[in-house]
Design a protein around this ligand. Structure first.
Ligand SMILES: Cc1ncc(COP(=O)(O)O)c(C=O)c1O
Length: 383
């Protein structure tokens, strides 16, 4: 085993015994600690219906918000728990009062999550979409150059799902702030593995699903809404839990005010099972390791992974500058890409196929052993 690359919490990821897993850009495996937490939750649910323990649920929920705030350098009252990334995009586009004279700037190559909700909304509300870059690529400069006096919102992915390109969100945020433009970021491909300070980057709304880099079960994510942006992003779906009901014994009133914090954007009863697991994951893995440490580890790891692949005729086809790189690696194959992809899968190397390239996306649990096993597969591939 390559001794310098030991990985983290390896024994918490039993699938690594069978599979060389480089596919967290698609869906991550659940760590054992989270699995045990879920088991415990369901076990308890067999013997009581949870409501008597509502205070415990509330504690997990508040702890989760505290951990998430720590992860991205925000305040807990700026965090809303949501089911997935798309819901956060919809909080922005439905909540901002967009007019026919407004434009929204989007990267042309972005994942559909940050394209289709805006397109659909633009058709109905007659505002304009201004695409930046091309279907292949969009840089920070492309976004900045697409901004005009009509721009009301800029919405980008922090890390691109296909190329691995990392937007300079701080530069975009500074420009948006200067021009009074709302800045929305889809963080799902970077949060947890790349350091981001949402306050310093002047992001108004960050949305992030949990099941990729944050290792959660399906159905949970979070949004950060900058406190100062609350007045410009109105909750469009309003649930009863957006109001404070004290001890939940008296609901007969018509004069409650929306909660003063980001829970005003949450709609109804939350997925408390997934919340318990998410809280465990942040508390047990991400916060002890720290995102800067995870990012540094993955920077070394991806360099080794690329040099190994290149020694077998593959070519790294992602961004070159250090500040534009991420843990998502776009790789050109030396032969029929689809056939080579299937050969990797047949040898239990779990990766993705995106835009005619192979996508390798390792996490902190990957280690030198995975590189050794990958090398042995590389020697067997037929081009
Ligand atoms: C950039 C990006 N945004 C969002 C998603 C998923 O969106 P959601 O969490 O709404 O399913 C993906 C999934 O691949 C993605 O790559």
């Amino acid at each position: 085993m390559r001794t310098s690359l030991t990985g983290h919490f390896r024994d918490q990821f039993p699938l690594t015994e069978q599979t060389v897993f480089f596919n967290c850009g698609a869906k991550s495996p659940l760590p054992l600690g989270a699995y045990r937490r879920l088991q415990q939750f369901y076990q308890e649910n067999l013997i009581d219906a949870v409501l008597p323990r509502i205070q415990i649920l509330e504690e997990h929920y508040l702890h989760l918000k505290t951990h998430l705030a720590q992860l991205i350098h925000a305040q807990p009252d700026e965090i809303a728990i949501i089911p997935n990334t798309s819901v956060g995009i919809n909080i922005a586009l439905n909540g901002i009062d967009l007019q026919p004279t407004d434009t929204v700037v989007l990267p042309k190559n972005d994942f559909p999550c940050n394209i289709y909700p805006w397109l659909e909304h633009a058709r109905r509300h007659e505002f304009e979409i201004q695409f930046a870059g091309t279907f292949q690529h969009c840089t920070t400069d492309d976004i900045l150059n697409a901004i005009t006096p009509q721009t009301r919102v800029v919405s980008v992915s922090f890390v691109d799902y296909a190329t691995g390109y990392c937007m300079d969100v701080a530069r975009i945020g500074a420009e948006c702030h200067r021009r009074n433009i709302l800045f929305v970021v889809d963080g799902i491909q970077g949060i947890g593995v790349k350091e981001l300070n949402v306050r310093a980057a002047q992001i108004d709304l960050l949305t992030c699903g949990g099941p990729k880099w944050l290792l959660t079960p399906f159905g949970i994510g979070f949004a950060y809404i900058r406190r100062e942006a609350f007045s410009q992003i109105h909750p469009q779906f309003v649930g009863w839990l957006a109001y404070d009901w004290g001890d939940f014994t008296d609901f007969r009133s018509l004069d409650r005010q929306l909660r003063p914090d980001a829970s005003r954007y949450e709609v109804g009863t939350l997925p408390h099972t997934a919340i318990a697991a998410f809280e465990t994951i942040l508390h047990d893995y991400f916060l002890p390791l720290g995102v800067p440490h995870i990012e540094a580890y993955l920077s070394d790891y991806t360099h080794e992974l690329i040099s190994l692949l290149e020694s077998y005729g593959f070519r790294y086809a992602g961004p070159r500058a250090a500040h534009e790189r991420s843990q998502i690696l776009r790789v050109a194959a030396p032969g029929d890409t689809t056939a080579i992809y299937h050969q990797f899968r047949d040898h239990q190397v779990d990766i993705s196929l995106r835009d005619g390239h192979l996508r390798f996306s390792p996490h902190f649990f990957n280690n030198g052993d995975d590189l050794d096993r990958l090398e042995s597969v590389l020697t067997q591939l037929k081009f």
